[in-house]
Design a binder for this molecule. Structure first.
Ligand code: COA
Ligand code: AMP
Length: 632
């Protein structure tokens, strides 16, 4: 324990000293020449000249230090009714073997490998195997459709794609191989090979000469050793939603990432080597990268790979069973998961069935944590419940109650204060800091700390345009909110077209592109309406082309199907309505914010620049047919 304020001040005033000290916790083949390399602003790099291997730091180092028998991964899969435990020694051998299999398919340092997998240990093994040989992985979430996968294939240009015959959602088997084949068909870039994990629930049809079975690929492989890479070399690319249909390829480096994540395990999450840590997310999201795979392993913890849901697998006691059965001390998930549990088990009857005595702290992130959910979790679990705020781009928390440093008073609705390393400031339109409690654009003064994105994949210009150009010298988070008089941050909304559905980040711009591609659609808008379970849900408002005389309901169901086929089930796009016109400003900008307020039943004032205010009455009426505004 320490004093938050003095640790935070040091991180801002002496970043070199602060992060050099943290870097002592990592194994380096060669020490760095510079801690913060600011020779090319606004592009900053950390630990230039240093050489390391992330996989070595996550696995081998623990084996060499005598912890080979410690459990590295517990795979708990209620959807297949199985549990598998993998020690650090076993994990090292599995990863080395698969790294050898990748090398056998021609994968070398710097090559990209796409991983399109369900929540099975092999997903983590594939990621770590890439890290071992210096290949760059790009994991694509299984809930995305072929088209989204194809976009990522064309951007990352992988030599190999690793996938599985299927994923398992409650009540249905999701066959991955047909989606993968379709994506490769759609993409311009073609991978040389695909390695497919055969799962008993579905058989994959293999393409001769291109596809290999996972077990055959590893059977003939020579185990591969860790390859030293530059601290600034990319470890992975993770695509995330931006304002358009073209996702942003967030790049993560090796050195800064390993240092920051290891530091975060003790200082933010208060977790030590040997303890069981569980992030109930998916390897396809940043939370899965950082806190299912890399950080817990770097810290020598046991991590849990959970293939199930908070409810329905089989009941709302699934989380408590896992915590009790595997001795979880600290857990991390999204508020939406707790809202789902609360809805089915409001009195917490299922909690009473389990011994949760080892459980110490619950962390929540991914979306705004509403005070009701926070209080319910506190009442039920009787442990600190900590909201923390971050994003794919940063890779680890920007604001948190740093439990390993100093437990601060919890203010429900706020993720507490800036984490050491992040100089968070709230700016007005002109780029000046606003006063306490005034809303503004939440920005981070450059340089960002280690572990955050150095750039976007092959697109320095988009990195600058999207994040650095709005306020020179600052990184734009895309979130709006304020700091109170105690420096607590309050994250209130996005300033762009990003919405957050069940903790999943989605782009309304990308959804509008899909709707607009329907032959009967002239114009459309997608807004994120408040939802008591998922936080937000997308709602489409569609204007048809003149002369279209097909039935509205046929067109609407085609639009729902199109979204599922083009973006994927994860978009949760089920509500759309046909309107005669969309409200716009005189310059033609669609008033999405005003429509969102109408859907949410909030007070609104039409902007002075509105072209024709009478349209708002039509929109209100149309949204009423979908049941908006919803109560509760
Ligand atoms: N592969 C294929 N389909 C998937 C998928 C995957 N990996 N993950 C989700 N889907 C599908 C779901 O089956 C669902 O399909 P449906 O429309 O046929 O029902 C759809 O995508 C929407 O999924 P989701 O938004 O997750 O809703 P849900 O109703 O299945 O579950 C929760 C709701 C709240 C239980 C669930 O979202 C959850 O557990 N969230 C936890 C938060 C989380 O993981 N956040 C990540 C960041 S921390
Ligand atoms: P993602 O990149 O998917 O992690 O999504 C990041 C975005 O989710 C942030 O920019 C916020 O808009 C939102 N978000 C994440 N965590 C929180 C939180 N604790 N409170 C409020 N919003 C959050």
């Amino acid at each position: 324990m320490g004093d938050y304020q003095s640790i935070y001040n040091r991180s801002i005033n002496d970043p070199d000293g602060f992060w050099a000290e943290a870097a002592e916790d990592i194994h380096w083949y060669r020490r760095w020449d510079r801690v913060l390399d600011d020779s090319n602003p606004p592009f900053y790099q950390w630990f230039t000249g240093g050489r390391l291997n992330t996989c070595y730091n996550a696995i081998d180092v623990h084996v060499e230090n005598g912890a080979g028998d410690r459990l590295a991964i517990i795979y708990d899969s209620p959807v297949t009714d199985s549990v598998r435990k993998i020690s650090y020694l076993e994990l090292r051998d599995l990863v080395a073997q698969f790294a050898g299999a990748l090398a056998g398919q021609g994968v070398q340092k710097g090559d990209r490998v796409i991983v399109y997998m369900p929540m099975v240990p092999e997903a983590a093994i594939a990621m770590l195997a890439c890290a071992r040989i210096g290949a760059i992985h790009s994991v694509v979430f299984g809930g995305f459709a072929a088209n989204e996968l194809a976009t990522r294939i064309d951007d990352a240009k992988p030599k190999v794609i690793v996938s599985a015959s299927c994923g398992i959602e409650p009540g249905r088997v999701v066959e991955y191989k047909p989606l993968l084949d379709e994506a490769i068909e759609l993409a311009t870039h073609k991978p040389a090979h695909c390695i497919i994990l055969a799962r008993p629930q579905a058989t994959a049809t293999m393409v001769d000469g291109r596809d290999l079975d996972w077990s055959e690929a590893v059977a003939g492989a020579e185990p591969a050793d860790c390859v030293p890479v530059e601290a600034t070399d990319p470890l992975y690319i993770l695509y995330t939603s931006g304002t358009t249909g073209q996702p942003k390829g967030v790049v993560r480096d090796h050195g800064g990432h390993a240092v920051a994540l290891k530091w975060s395990m003790k200082n933010i999450y208060d977790v030590d080597a040997g303890q069981v840590y569980w992030a109930a997310s998916d390897v396809g999201w940043v939370v899965g990268h950082s806190y299912i795979v890399y950080a817990p392993l770097l810290q020598g913890c046991t991590t849990i790979i959970f293939e199930g849901k908070p409810v329905g697998t089989p009941d709302p006691g699934a989380f408590w069973r896992v915590i009790a059965e595997h001795g979880v001390e600290v857990m991390f998930t999204a508020p939406t998961a707790f809202r789902a549990i609360k809805k089915e088990d409001p009195q917490g009857e299922c909690i009473k069935k389990y011994d949760l005595s080892k459980f110490r702290i619950l962390f929540l992130a991914g979306e705004r944590c509403d005070p009701d959910t926070l209080h319910w979790a506190e009442d039920m679990l009787k442990v600190p419940v900590i909201d923390h705020w971050w994003q794919t781009e940063t890779g680890w928390a920007i604001a948190a109650n740093c439990m390993g440093i100093e437990f601060a008073t919890v203010k429900p609705g706020s993720p507490t204060r800036a984490v050491p390393g992040y100089d968070v400031q709230v700016l007005d339109e002109a780029g000046n800091q606003v006063a306490a409690n005034d809303m503004g654009s939440i920005s981070i003064k450059l340089p960002l700390p280690p572990g955050t994105l150095p750039t976007l994949w092959n697109n320095d210009a988009r990195y600058q345009d999207s994040y650095l150009s709005r306020y020179p010298g600052y990184y734009l988070t895309g979130d709006a909110g304020y700091k109170d008089e105690n420096d607590y941050l309050w994250i209130m909304s996005r300033i762009d077209d990003v919405i957050n559905v069940a903790g999943h980040r989605l782009s309304t711009g990308a959804m509008e592109e899909v709707l607009a591609s329907h032959p009967d659609v002239a114009e459309c808008a997608v807004i994120g309406a408040a939802d008591s379970l998922k936080g937000q849900l997308p709602v489409g408002l569609v204007v048809l082309k003149a002369g279209v005389d097909r039935s509205d309901s046929d067109i609407l169901s085609e639009l729902v199907r199109l979204m599922r086929d083009q973006i994927g089930p994860v978009a949760a796009f089920k509500q759309a309505v046909i309107v005669q016109r969309l409200p716009k400003t005189r310059s033609g900008k669609v008033l999405r914010g005003t429509m969102r307020k109408i859907a949410d039943g909030e007070q609104y004032k039409p902007p002075a620049t509105i072209d024709d205010p009478t349209i708002l009455g039509e929109i209100t009426e149309a949204l009423t047919t979908l049941g908006f505004p919803k109560s509760g």
